[in-house]
Design a protein around this ligand. Structure first.
Ligand code: MG
Length: 300
C-alpha cells in the first residue's frame, strides 16, 4: 500500500500539467495513466514537423486558444518545426499571416498552406498545359494565374470548384454544363460546412460539389485534407519523411484522418469541433488525444 501511494505522489508532483488533461479522468487507474504518459512521449519524440489546423486548434474566431502560442514556442525551442494547413480555399496565405499576427503569432506565407495551394501544385505537376475553369474567390484566381495555370471562361479541360463565396447561379450552370460535356471535375476540399462564430455554419466546397454532383451525376476528385496529395506536397516542400510529421486538429475526418490514413501521426485536440464522446462512434481513431495544444506542449 505504501509503495502504491508514493507512486501517486510522484506523478502528481512531477507532472501536474499532464494529469490535469483529458486523461486525468483515469487518474484513479494509476497504471493506465503512466502508460498513457509514456505513449504520448514516445509518439511525440519522433515528430519533427507539426502540421496544425487553425480554427478550433490555434484560435476560435479571432481569439487565440489558451496556451497555443506557448505551444508554438516550445515546438521551436525543442528543435522541431511547425506549419499551418487549412482546407479553407476562400482565403490565401497572406490573409492568414495578417490574422495570426493580430493574435501575436508572427509567421510568413511559407508557413501557411491551403487546399488551394495543394490544388495548384497538383495541376502544375499532372496537368500543366490543360485549360481550367475555376469557381473560386478572386484572390484564389490570382494565385492560379501567378502559378502560370491557364484559366478560361470557355469550355475547359478541367473544372475546379473551391470554397467560392462569389458563386452565382450563372456560374453553377456553367460548371454543370462543362462537366456534362466532358470536363474533369476537381475540388479543393470536401468540407461540407464552414464554422462561423456563435456556432453558426455556412455552406462550404463539399456542399457546392454535392449540388453539382446531383445535377451531373459526376463526383469530383477531392484534394486538401485528408488526402495523400496534401501529405506528399508537405513532404517535398519541407524535406520531411511521412513518419516524422504529425497532423494536429479538432476534426477527425479531415485533420486526424490526414495523419492516420497516410502513414503520418494523427492528433486530435478537443478545443474545437469534436467532443470526447464522438470518439466512440468514429471510424477515424487518432494516435493521440489532448484537451488542447497547451496539454500537448507538456510532453515535448
Ligand atoms: Mg478546425
Amino acid at each position: 500500500m505504501k509503495l502504491k501511494f508514493s507512486c501517486i505522489i510522484k506523478i502528481r508532483v512531477k507532472e501536474p500539467e499532464i494529469i490535469s488533461g483529458s486523461f486525468a479522468v483515469i487518474f484513479g487507474e494509476k497504471g493506465k495513466n503512466k502508460i498513457m504518459v509514456e505513449k504520448n512521449r514516445d509518439v511525440l519524440k519522433k515528430i519533427k514537423l507539426f502540421v496544425l489546423d487553425m480554427d478550433g486548434t490555434i484560435y476560435l474566431g479571432d481569439q487565440p486558444i489558451e496556451g497555443a502560442m506557448e505551444f508554438l514556442e516550445k515546438v521551436k525551442a525543442t528543435g522541431r518545426d511547425f506549419m499551418f494547413f487549412t482546407n479553407n480555399s476562400s482565403k490565401t496565405g497572406e490573409m492568414y499571416v495578417d490574422k495570426l499576427a493580430k493574435m501575436g503569432c508572427h509567421v510568413t506565407e511559407k508557413d501557411i498552406m491551403t487546399s488551394g495551394d495543394v490544388t495548384i501544385a497538383y495541376l502544375k505537376t499532372h496537368y500543366p498545359d490543360k485549360s481550367i475553369f475555376l469557381a473560386g474567390v478572386p484572390e484564389l484566381e490570382d494565385d492560379f494565374k501567378k502559378a502560370g495555370l491557364h484559366l478560361t471562361d470557355d469550355q475547359a479541360d478541367i473544372v475546379v470548384v473551391a470554397f467560392d463565396k462569389t458563386l452565382t447561379y450563372a456560374k453553377l450552370e456553367k460548371i454543370c454544363h462543362q462537366i456534362r460535356h466532358g470536363s474533369m471535375f476537381l475540388a479543393t476540399h470536401l468540407d461540407i460546412n464552414c464554422p462561423m462564430e456563435n456556432q453558426e455554419f455556412i455552406p462550404d466546397c463539399g456542399a457546392m460539389c454535392a449540388a453539382i454532383s446531383l445535377s451531373t451525376g459526376k463526383k469530383p476528385k477531392y484534394l486538401g485534407k485528408p488526402f495523400k496529395e496534401t501529405v506528399d506536397m508537405i513532404c517535398s516542400l519541407k524535406g520531411c519523411r511521412i513518419d516524422e510529421i504529425a497532423f494536429v486538429g479538432d476534426r477527425l475526418y479531415t485533420d486526424v484522418a490526414t495523419g492516420v490514413n497516410n502513414g503520418s501521426t494523427g492528433i486530435l485536440v478537443l478545443s474545437g469541433e469534436t467532443r470526447p464522446e464522438d470518439l466512440a462512434t468514429s471510424d477515424i481513431q487518432p494516435d493521440l488525444v489532448f484537451d488542447s495544444l497547451k496539454e500537448m506542449g507538456a510532453y515535448l
